[in-house]
Design a protein around this ligand. Structure first.
Ligand code: ZN
Length: 244
């Protein structure tokens, strides 16, 4: 591929702009996972809070059922007590008395169970309060963080658009065939598609450049690819060399 020095230098200028564009794109790409992580954290806190609320409701239901059980036992004991005087035989009287004692004991046992449940409810309420506070705090923080990230993203997008315009402004002088090679290299994971030869070595892979190849690079009349990494080689101008 026949080339000119200007064509090669215009590609170097383009690559500088592309490199700026790449780094801004990296910033942009990094934001959505951070937003997702914040949202996942908040969801976790919300689930924790919801679970704590559900636990209270479940315990309250359990308590209500036990209270109905106590009421039923009390009612049975009351009814049987009122029937005691109607009983004629001593045996029947004693049997009924035993039944009443059993019912009262059962009611007492359930009352104890209710006390345990009430303690569990107190504990569940404390847990729910803590979980709700955690959620509120996380919600507040993540709201601020989300706003910050959205602002970061929008700022980066603005810079990206400006950098893209600058990049598009320098693309014109690059010959299409050279552009094709450059794009191909970049698509293969080599964003530094065009590299200078430094002290007789490819600046990217450090391989030694043969004298005949070096002569072609110096002439800047044809496309020279590194034998090892395939990148486009160019000769850095004296001024750029001094600056580097
Ligand atoms: Zn190389």
């Amino acid at each position: 591929m026949a080339l000119t020095k200007e064509a090669l230098q215009s590609l170097v200028a383009l690559q500088e702009k592309d490199s700026v564009l790449d780094s801004i794109q990296k910033e942009i790409d990094a934001v959505p996972p951070r937003i997702a992580a914040l949202k996942a954290d908040l969801e976790g806190e919300r689930r924790h809070m919801d679970a704590a609320k559900a636990k209270i409701i479940e315990l309250e239901k359990k308590k209500k059922t036990k209270e109905l059980d106590v009421a039923a036992k009390d009612e049975a004991a009351r009814k049987h007590t009122s029937q005691l005087n109607e009983l004629k035989s001593n045996d029947a009287y004693k049997a009924m008395q035993a039944e009443i004692e059993k019912e009262k004991a059962a009611a007492g046992d359930i009352e104890t169970e209710i006390l345990v449940i009430m303690e569990e409810i107190d504990k569940a309420r404390a847990e729910e309060k803590a979980a709700t506070a955690d959620f509120k705090k996380t919600e507040e923080f993540s709201k601020k963080d989300l706003e910050k990230l959205e602002a970061e993203l929008s700022h980066a997008k603005g810079r990206h658009a400006a950098a893209k315009a600058e990049r598009d402004a320098v693309v014109a002088p690059v010959p299409p065939e050279l552009m094709k090679v450059y794009d191909h290299l970049r698509s293969r994971g080599k964003p530094d598609a065009i590299v200078p030869v430094v002290d007789g070595h490819c600046a990217a892979c450090q391989i030694n450049i043969s004298p005949s190849m070096m002569a072609d690079v110096t002439k800047q009349k044809a496309l020279v690819n590194c034998d090892s990494c395939q990148r486009i080689l160019y000769k850095r101008e004296k001024a750029a060399q001094a600056a580097a």
